[in-house]
Design a protein around this ligand. Sequence first.
Ligand SMILES: NC(=O)c1ccc[n+]([C@@H]2O[C@H](COP(=O)([O-])OP(=O)(O)OC[C@H]3O[C@@H](n4cnc5c(N)ncnc54)[C@H](OP(=O)(O)O)[C@@H]3O)[C@@H](O)[C@H]2O)c1
Length: 254
Amino acid sequence: MNTISIIGYGKMAKAIACGLNGKFRLEIIGRDKDKIEKFIKENNLLNTTSLNIQSTIDIKDKIIILAIKPYALEYFKYENQSKVVFNIMAGVSIAKLKNVLNSQSYCRVMPNIASLVGSGVSVIYSDNIETRQLAQDIFNVLGSSIFVDKEEHINSAGAISGSGPAYLGLVAEALVDAGVREGLSFELSTQLVNGLFDGFAKLLKVKIPNEIRYDTTSPGGTTIEGILELENSATRAAFINAVSAAHKKAKTLS
Ligand SMILES: NC(=O)c1ccc[n+]([C@@H]2O[C@H](COP(=O)([O-])OP(=O)(O)OC[C@H]3O[C@@H](n4cnc5c(N)ncnc54)[C@H](OP(=O)(O)O)[C@@H]3O)[C@@H](O)[C@H]2O)c1
């Protein structure tokens, strides 16, 4: 059983650690001892050790998942050479990482928060076959993995699947509000939206979005009235612009 060293104990580290719990030995590394201990306890992490570091982390031969904020990368110093670094930080390129930390192999991964429930999608880039295999062994446990053959595609993919849960969260919230405005209780409206997302995710596996839209939109019916309002509000352009803005921001972090 490999040991995976996770640097960070935030939201994404939690999603990853909970998914890998019991399947790998874990080591949680960070600068706040109390936060690490709380993280291990609250998430019932098994086979897990902790490493409280104020400045220099000895990374010798470790398999590391870097799950801190991009601006925090240089808070730590990294001594010796790690085996593999899985860098999940939005926008931080392998070239940038190489200036900070020495590793036998580097891998960019853009996971998403659905890893917490075993339904994440992780977009992965590495030019090393063994690292790709290890990445698959780790990130498939959290859901599914998609490999890209150009590192720059991590930033564009991240702007969709990494940030996507926030966009869909906004859509879900708006639909709940819409139900409330139409006189439904918050609970009922939430239940409807949950069911809607659940069913939609399953439908997407067998139909393309356009088909789902046309199957729901009868001529002269109610749904086309709603679609017209969404088009009047430039919803499609708003999503395209949102992804473009997230991608642009990621590029500034490279
Ligand atoms: N959340 C997502 O959906 C998602 C998806 C894909 C990728 N990511 C990537 O995952 C990484 C972590 O994101 P998150 O959402 O988990 O953030 P988070 O919940 O805010 O956690 C941030 C982590 O970074 C550490 N940190 C922050 N500032 C630091 C500093 N100056 N020095 C040392 N450590 C510092 C925090 O430790 P302290 O508490 O000690 O500050 C904490 O462990 C980011 O790079 C992000 O791009 C996130």
